[in-house]
Design a protein around this ligand. Structure first.
Ligand SMILES: *[C@@H]1O[C@H](CO)[C@@H](O)[C@H](O)[C@H]1NC(C)=O
Ligand SMILES: *[C@@H]1O[C@H](CO)[C@@H](O)[C@H](O)[C@H]1NC(C)=O
Length: 430
C-alpha cells in the first residue's frame, strides 16, 4: 500500500504544479547568509537578541490552551496575552508539536516593552468562514499598537483558507466579489520583528504591515498554492523603515506588495515563486493620491512568476513612485521580468479611456538583472502621455526568451531614461 501512495501523491502534486507552471524552490533557509540586523533601522532601540536580562515566560498551556487543533484556544491566548502584556520582557510561548485553533482576535497594545510571541508549534484559523459571522471579516490575527514587539520561534501560522478561496470571484466569476481576511495584520507597530516563521494557506494576504515604523521581517517562509486568489505574501501600506530579508515566498499573488505610503524599504535575499512577483502598487485607484519612495531591492530570485519587478498604477491617480533601485536579480522563466504599467486595470472598461492624471514614475534603476523570460517581451515600460516615466536606468541587463533561447524584446511608450553597459533585450528608452 505505502509503495503505491508515493507515486500517486507525486502525480497529483505534479498536476497541480503544472497548472501554475512552477514550484517552490527547494533551497533551505539555513543556506542563506547570516541575518543582518540593520540596527540603524531601529534607531536607538535594543533588539531582543542583545537582551541579557531575565524573561518571564507565559506558556499558553498554563492558561488553559489545549492544542489539539479542535478545541477553541482563543480565550487561553487572550488571557496569556493580558498577563504577558502587563510585564516587561515577557515571552508568550506557544509550544511545539501542538496545533492551536484561534478565532479572529485582536491582540491590543500598548504593552510593557519587549514582548515576544514565540510560536514553536502551529496556530490555525477556523477553516470555516462562518466563524467570522457577525465579525469584521477583514482580519484573522491583529497585533495593534505595539512597540518593540517580536514574533518568532520557527513555528507555523496556517490560515486554512481553502473555503475562502472557493468563495472568491477570481476563482469563480459567478461569486460576488468580497474580501477575505488578512491572516496576520501588524498595525501601528514601532520596531517590530517577525522572524523565522512559516505562513501558509492564508485566507487572503499572509502578513500585512499597516502604518508601521521600523519593521524587520527575516527568515519568513510563505508556502501557499499558486492558485489561491489574492494571497499576497508580505504587504506593506503606509509603513516606513522596513527590512525584508532571507525569505522564501511562494503564493498565489504578489510575493511582496508595496503600497501607498511606503518609504525606506530594503529587500534582500528573497526567493519568489510561484506568485505574481515583487510589486509596487497598484497605486492611484479611483483617482487616489499614492506615494512610494526610497525602495532598494538587492538580491532576489524569481522563479516561474507571472511578473518579476513590477510597478503598476491606475490611470487617473496622482502622486509618485520615486527612488527605486533593483539590483542583482535572477529571473527564471518569468512572464514579465521588468514591467512598469501605468494602465493597470485597463481590462476594466471604465478605466480604458485615456485619462490625463497618472502616478508619476521617476528614478527607477535596474542593475545586474539576468535570466529568462517566458514571454517574448522581457522589458515592458507602458507610461502615460501626460506623465511619462522619467529617469529610468538600465545597467547590465541580460534576459533571454526561454522558448527560442535567444533575444527577447523591449516595449517602451513614453519611457525616458538611459542605459549603461550591455543591455539585452536592447533598450528602447527615449
Ligand atoms: C532565526 O533563525 C536563524 C537561522 O537559523 C538564527 O540564527 C536566529 O537566531 C533565529 N532567530 C530567532 C529569534 O530565533
Ligand atoms: C490613448 O492614448 C494613446 C497614446 O497617445 C493612443 O495611442 C490611444 O489611441 C488613445 N486611446 C484612446 C481610447 O483615446
Amino acid at each position: 500500500m505505502a509503495s503505491n501512495a508515493l507515486p500517486l501523491t507525486w502525480f497529483v502534486t505534479y498536476l497541480l504544479l503544472a497548472v501554475c507552471e512552477t514550484k517552490m524552490d527547494s533551497m533551505k533557509l539555513n543556506q542563506f547568509p547570516k541575518t543582518e540586523t540593520m540596527l540603524s533601522m531601529f534607531a536607538g532601540r535594543n533588539l531582543k537578541s542583545s537582551y541579557t536580562g531575565a524573561n518571564t515566560e507565559v506558556n499558553v498551556l498554563s492558561y488553559g490552551a489545549v492544542g489539539d487543533g479542535v478545541a477553541d484556544d482563543t480565550q487561553a491566548f487572550t488571557s496569556a496575552w493580558k498577563a504577558a502584556c502587563a510585564q516587561s520582557d515577557s515571552i508568550i510561548v506557544v509550544p511545539a508539536g501542538l496545533q492551536f485553533l484561534i478565532k479572529p482576535t485582536t491582540f491590543l497594545g500598548p504593552c510593557a516593552s519587549g514582548l515576544t510571541f514565540q510560536i514553536l508549534g502551529t496556530v490555525i484559523a477556523p477553516g470555516d468562514p462562518s466563524s467570522w459571522s457577525g465579525m469584521n471579516t477583514k482580519t484573522w490575527l491583529v497585533f495593534d499598537s505595539l512597540d518593540g514587539f517580536s514574533m518568532n520561534g520557527g513555528g507555523t501560522i496556517d490560515g486554512r483558507g481553502k473555503k475562502w478561496w472557493t468563495l472568491s470571484c477570481r476563482r469563480d466569476p459567478t461569486n460576488a466579489c468580497s474580501s477575505a481576511p488578512t491572516a496576520v495584520l501588524i498595525r501601528r507597530g514601532t520596531s517590530t520583528t517577525i522572524e523565522n516563521l512559516t505562513f501558509q494557506n492564508s485566507q487572503q494576504m499572509h502578513l500585512e504591515f499597516l502604518e508601521c515604523n521600523g519593521v524587520m521581517a527575516s527568515g519568513i517562509t510563505i508556502n501557499t498554492p499558486c492558485d489561491s486568489p489574492n494571497t499576497d505574501g508580505i504587504h506593506l501600506s503606509f509603513s516606513q523603515a522596513v527590512v525584508i530579508q532571507n525569505s522564501l515566498i511562494g503564493t498565489g499573488d504578489d510575493c511582496i506588495s508595496i503600497q501607498s505610503g511606503s518609504a525606506n524599504v530594503r529587500i534582500k535575499n528573497v526567493q519568489c515563486g510561484p506568485g505574481h512577483g515583487i510589486s509596487i502598487g497598484s497605486l492611484g485607484e479611483d483617482g487616489s493620491v499614492a506615494n512610494v519612495k526610497d525602495i532598494i531591492l538587492n538580491g532576489a530570485t524569481l522563479r516561474g512568476t507571472t511578473n518579476g519587478l513590477r510597478i503598476k498604477s491606475w490611470q487617473g491617480g496622482q502622486g509618485s513612485v520615486s527612488g527605486v533601485q533593483y539590483e542583482n536579480v535572477k529571473m527564471v522563466n518569468v512572464a514579465n521580468p521588468i514591467i512598469i504599467d501605468q494602465f493597470y486595470g485597463c481590462s476594466k472598461q471604465q478605466y480604458c479611456n485615456n485619462q490625463t492624471l497618472a502616478v508619476q514614475v521617476n528614478g527607477i534603476s535596474y542593475r545586474n538583472i539576468h535570466g529568462t523570460s517566458s514571454t517574448p517581451v522581457a522589458v515592458h515600460f507602458a507610461c502615460s502621455d501626460t506623465f511619462p516615466c522619467k529617469n529610468l536606468v538600465l545597467q547590465n541587463i541580460d534576459i533571454t526568451y526561454v522558448s527560442t533561447k535567444g533575444a527577447a524584446a523591449s516595449f517602451c511608450e513614453n519611457a525616458h531614461g538611459s542605459s549603461i553597459g550591455p543591455i539585452a533585450p536592447q533598450s528602447c528608452l527615449q
